[in-house]
Design a protein. Structure first.
Length: 619
């Protein structure tokens, strides 16, 4: 790809902090990749460049693009959570945590929270545990969490402190701790901050507008006295429910006084869709002014339709998709976006009636599958013996070790304030378990000990195969499978996991702890490693970062988009994100009667069409 003038300037600017404002389709990924490649060509050590993204998919795409440009695999192209996980593996002991910490699933975190509430003698029925979970996340997302904690009403501060201590004692941290504890470490320990900063000379942050205040503080600490470039678009900031805010861009400008470069040419959007999106977002007042220019010759198609009911709307979408398929548009290039899961479910029913394959994005995660979790527990128990939750899962795979035996080991661990692994050793040394259980436990620990030296000899996927053979895992898998076809399906998932490990090593290097970190983070964030076929049904929030030839944006009525409880400017940004997912054709539709109420078409549609109302094919 030939870079345009603004992209070249962003690639070659040095010696000043840099803010790159990059709207949809303006080539930000290409610009970042070329900036990294230019630094390496200038003689910079690839290991001295940190490139932070906010999703694993974006990290993988960036690694592959940089590899194609430079022939080098950069180990420090990471998600912000993956970066923090690796830093904490080296430094978390300074906060009193075990370096073999487990990144707990939401399910496990909820279990600990319930135990805390029960242990404090609080009435669980009178507390909203979901709100308690949100409270904990809210505190950890702040730049000054101690002030947020002090402002919470009783018993929230007490629950927070008890929860953190219980997680620490269990050898666990939660997903939000990755940022919270890393920031705590850098703020409280100047020596660690200096050591961490010295790891990189250049820092590049993608999707900067998705940062919350704690993430901004972390980036700010790392980026001082370094070549820092942040890339973002305040018009695409849509995650306030995760405490993200577009104000971080203004904070960066105030704190770093950066050079600002705006990427103006949009290569993805045809003229009609670009004009519609720009006409809409221009109504937001608190934004950086930027005008996008269409780099395409294509006009594009924008259709606005109204229907009597959501069922009629769903049937229209299904029939139109059949027409598009007849015109040669592949199903994986078509998406249906909606604010509400209920609206998407109605469209799904219409698609299924016409035998059109479809899938909901956000269905059960690959990472939640039993066989995937078992294999990850096995290699984690090998690589990180002190990781108690992983060992607990492996114990459940061992024949002869009962739930009662595991309870006994957990009691020993709690009484002696040691890991489950050390508790198992104590149980064997002191013969706390009956003969069969004791022999089985001893054999299991021996197998793990025998696998441990092989980490240096084997790639990650071969270590998985070795662990599977050592623990006779495939026999276990046959026992839990519902017939031959189910077994083959589960075996396929393990092969897919092994392929993921191979891809990870090719792009990021052979660190098994980094792979464990990334997998744990992916499990919490959700998703599948490989896209399945069919029309994709996606929420508007879930569609960010994706693009399709054809997009159906359904349910565009007042009260839904904009939502009755939403911030108006963020709601407008959400609509902007939805519009800009389409590369060729966009359908916007709404139903007049929804849940027995009359609904008006979203006035965002009118804001889109003011400049070219003749282009809107309406009711």
């Amino acid at each position: 790809m030939l870079l345009n003038d603004e992209q070249k300037e962003a690639v070659l600017t040095r010696d000043v902090p840099l803010l790159i404002l990059a709207g949809p389709g303006t080539g930000k990924t290409e610009t970042i990749a070329h900036r990294i490649a230019a630094l390496i060509e200038e003689g910079e050590d690839a290991e001295k460049i940190l490139a932070i993204t906010f999703t694993n998919k974006a990290s993988q795409a960036m690694r592959e693009r940089v590899l194609s440009l430079t022939g080098k695999r950069l180990s420090w192209i990471r998600t912000i959570h993956g970066t923090c996980a690796q830093l904490l593996r080296s430094h978390i002991h300074k906060l009193g945590y075990n370096t073999a910490f487990n990144i707990a699933s939401q399910e496990y975190s909820n279990k600990i929270l319930k135990e805390v509430v029960h242990g404090m003698g609080l009435n669980e029925a009178s507390l909203d545990l979901s709100e308690m979970t949100r409270m904990i996340a809210r505190i950890k997302s702040q730049s000054k969490p101690e002030e947020q904690l002090a402002s919470e009403s009783h018993p929230s501060p007490e629950i927070f402190s008890a929860y953190q201590e219980k997680m620490r004692s269990q050898g666990c941290i939660d997903f939000n701790d990755l940022i919270y504890l890393c920031l705590k470490l850098l703020k409280e320990d100047p020596n660690t901050l200096a050591e961490v900063r010295d790891q990189w000379r250049h820092i590049i942050i993608d999707e900067f507008q998705d940062s919350d205040p704690a993430q901004y503080q972390l980036i700010s600490h790392l980026g001082r006295e370094r070549g820092i470039a942040v890339v973002g678009d305040d018009d695409q900031s849509i995650y306030s429910f995760r405490c993200s805010t577009p104000e971080v861009i203004g904070m960066f400008v105030a704190d770093f006084s950066p050079k600002i470069i705006t990427l103006k040419k949009s290569y993805r959007l045809p003229r009609v869709l670009l004009e519609a999106a720009c006409s809409l977002i221009r109504n937001n007042l608190s934004r950086f002014e930027k005008e996008l220019l269409c780099a395409q010759e294509a006009e594009g198609h924008l259709t606005v339709r109204g229907f009597g009911s959501e069922a009629e709307e769903g049937d229209f979408v299904a029939r139109e998709i059949l027409n598009l398929q007849a015109q040669g548009v592949p199903t994986n290039e078509i998406a249906v976006l909606g604010r509400r899961h209920a609206s998407l479910a109605i469209v799904e029913a219409s698609l299924k009636r016409l035998n059109i394959p479809c899938r909901k994005v956000g269905e059960r995660s690959f990472y939640d599958l039993r066989e995937v979790r078992d294999m990850m527990a096995l290699i984690t128990a090998v690589a990180l013996p002190e990781n108690s939750p992983a060992l607990e899962r492996v114990l459940k795979l061992a024949p002869g070790i009962t739930a009662r035996s595991i309870d006994l080991l957990e009691d020993i661990a709690e009484r002696n304030e040691v890991s489950l692994y050390r508790a198992a050793e104590l149980a064997i040394e002191n013969q706390y378990l009956q003969a069969e259980a004791g022999d089985s436990l001893n054999e299991m620990l021996t197998r793990l000990d025998e696998l441990r030296p092989r980490m240096e000899q084997l790639c990650i996927s071969d270590l998985m195969r070795a662990a599977s053979k050592s623990f006779d895992y495939l026999s276990h898998l046959q026992r839990v499978s519902r017939g031959a076809s189910d077994y083959e399906k589960r075996l396929g998932h393990l092969k897919e996991l092994a392929q993921m490990a191979d891809c990870f090593e090719l792009s990021s290097g052979p660190s098994i702890t980094n792979f464990i970190n990334e997998m744990a983070i992916s499990a919490i964030q959700g998703g599948t490693p490989k896209e399945k076929g069919g029309i994709r049904l996606i929420t508007l929030h879930g569609a960010k970062g994706l693009e399709f030839r054809v997009v159906f944006l359904i349910g565009a009525f007042q009260g839904s988009i904009p939502h009755v409880k939403g911030n108006l400017e963020e709601e407008r940004r959400l609509m902007f994100v939805g519009i800009t997912r389409a590369k060729e054709r966009l359908y916007i539709s709404h139903a007049r009667y929804v849940q027995n109420e009359v609904r008006q078409r979203s006035y965002f549609v009118d804001e889109m069409g003011r400049l070219f109302s003749s282009k809107l094919k309406g009711e």
